[in-house]
Design a binder for this molecule. Structure first.
Ligand SMILES: Cc1cc2nc3c(=O)[nH]c(=O)nc-3n(C[C@H](O)[C@H](O)[C@H](O)COP(=O)(O)O)c2cc1C
Length: 395
């Protein structure tokens, strides 16, 4: 599919739905339980409104910025996402390459299904690693050391996953986490896969390449019978994570080991934001996991201003969950975020057409940001504050 024919994130979503098996699309697209938080995130962005300034003569507005000293061509990072490997034959490395080409940071998930080294080799730009608990202090120390050794500069600790959210679309497809093949799930998935022969052929070619030429961790021998090792490694990690979720003491311990920027992801209250800073974090990621964990969690845009005020500049603030337009990015920045992360927006692009699709989504969001700033009369993302929202300070 030609990425140039994608004109919005909504387009990318529609194309993704046609490119991958239904269960995989629903894994990307869905949220927990009644999906109240999933929809609340996007509604909060839609309901926030701007106060433009007329005849401001801005020229071409600037969207470049920096985060903790790292220059970014735009204030949009690529969020860590699990099982990226299955969304397109090019897998997680395609995400790393697209982020590097577009001048931004990509964050590899612990459960992406690609090894730290494979992703790092493709990420010529700055790369961060996202950490779920691998099961205990020793294992955490080992994984953090592996990330540092592989050249990751930032570490994101996700704290909003002490248990997995109940994603009912997945359950209906027979795809439960941790993943297990059952006769029912196998039959359901087989019929969906049969409708997507191009995806199947691409994945088969990628699998043959990986098995013949790779020493990735997820291709290590000796696994669960009948389960693709690339599924098994994330699965094993999800089991470990549930058995021993991180505590604030763990965050403090990781801080003593990790020398680069440290972020906590999943913050939804000023109290937890301040705890993260006390534990030594440099970045607070305001996130409800895109509505995939606690259904009933508040939209992130709504809680952002209180968190920014409580932190008073003591940490950088990144927001995710619900960003689908460049104007959403502008709203988040006006409400006090230093940058945003996107999850589904780039996954739709990836599922639709690989690296080119991820790049295309980033280009679209960048263009939309520039246009929004022009229409607002705002010369640069660095000029955004709550006076650009209507009523001023509202969210
Ligand atoms: C398919 C999918 C898988 C995800 N896997 C992870 C993960 O492994 N680790 C993590 O911290 N967050 C994960 N997330 C959450 C994202 O990092 C991010 O918080 C979320 O996607 C933001 O919401 P948005 O999709 O509305 O942009 C995942 C999100 C999606 C959509």
């Amino acid at each position: 599919m030609d990425a140039a024919r994608i004109y919005s994130v909504g387009d990318a979503r529609r194309r993704a739905a046609r490119a991958v098996p239904r269960a995989l699309f629903d894994y990307i697209d869905g949220g927990a339980e009644d999906e109240v938080t999933l929809h609340g995130n996007t509604r909060a962005f839609r309901e926030a409104t701007f106060r433009p300034r007329l005849a401001a003569e801005t020229g071409e507005p600037l969207v470049s910025t920096s985060l903790l000293g790292t220059p970014l061509s735009m204030p949009i990072l690529l969020a860590p996402c699990g099982l990226v490997r299955f969304m397109h034959p090019e897998g997680a490395p395609a995400v790393a390459r697209a982020a590097a080409a577009m001048g931004t940071i990509s964050v590899l998930s612990t459960v992406a299904g690609s090894s730290l080294e494979e992703f790092a080799a493709s990420a010529t730009g700055p790369k961060w690693f996202q950490l779920y608990s691998p099961g205990g202090r020793d294992q955490t120390e080992e994984l953090v050391a592996q990330a540092q050794h592989a050249g990751y500069t930032g570490l994101v600790i996700t704290l909003d996953t002490p248990a997995l959210g109940h994603r009912e679309r997945d359950v209906r497809h027979g795809v439960t986490q941790p993943f297990r093949f059952t006769p029912v799930s196998a039959a359901r998935l087989a019929s969906q896969v049969a409708l997507r022969p191009r995806w199947l052929a691409g994945m088969a070619r990628a699998e043959i390449r990986a098995r013949t030429g790779s020493t990735d961790a997820h291709h290590a021998p000796g696994g669960i019978a009948g389960v693709d090792p690339a599924v098994e490694a994330p699965t094993a990690r999800l089991v470990a994570m549930g058995a021993s979720p991180f505590s604030w003491d763990d965050v403090r311990a990781i801080r003593t080991q990790w020398t680069g920027p440290l972020a906590v992801k999943g913050v939804l209250s000023p109290d937890d934001a301040c705890r993260a800073v006390e534990a030594g974090c440099d970045v607070v990621i305001v996130s409800n996991h895109g509505g995939r964990q606690l259904d009933g969690a508040p939209p992130t845009l709504r809680v952002l201003p209180g968190i920014v005020d409580a932190l008073g500049g003591s940490a950088a603030v990144v927001l995710d969950s619900g960003v689908r337009r460049g104007s959403d990015v502008v709203k988040a920045l006006a409400a006090g975020a230093d940058a945003v992360m996107i999850g589904r927006a780039y996954l739709y692009g990836l599922a639709a057409c690989g690296e080119a699709g991820v790049q295309r989504v980033l280009e679209i969001l960048r263009t939309e940001m520039v246009r929004t700033l022009s229409l607002l009369g705002c010369p640069s993302v660095s000029d955004l504050d709550r006076t650009w929202l209507e009523p001023p300070g509202s969210i």
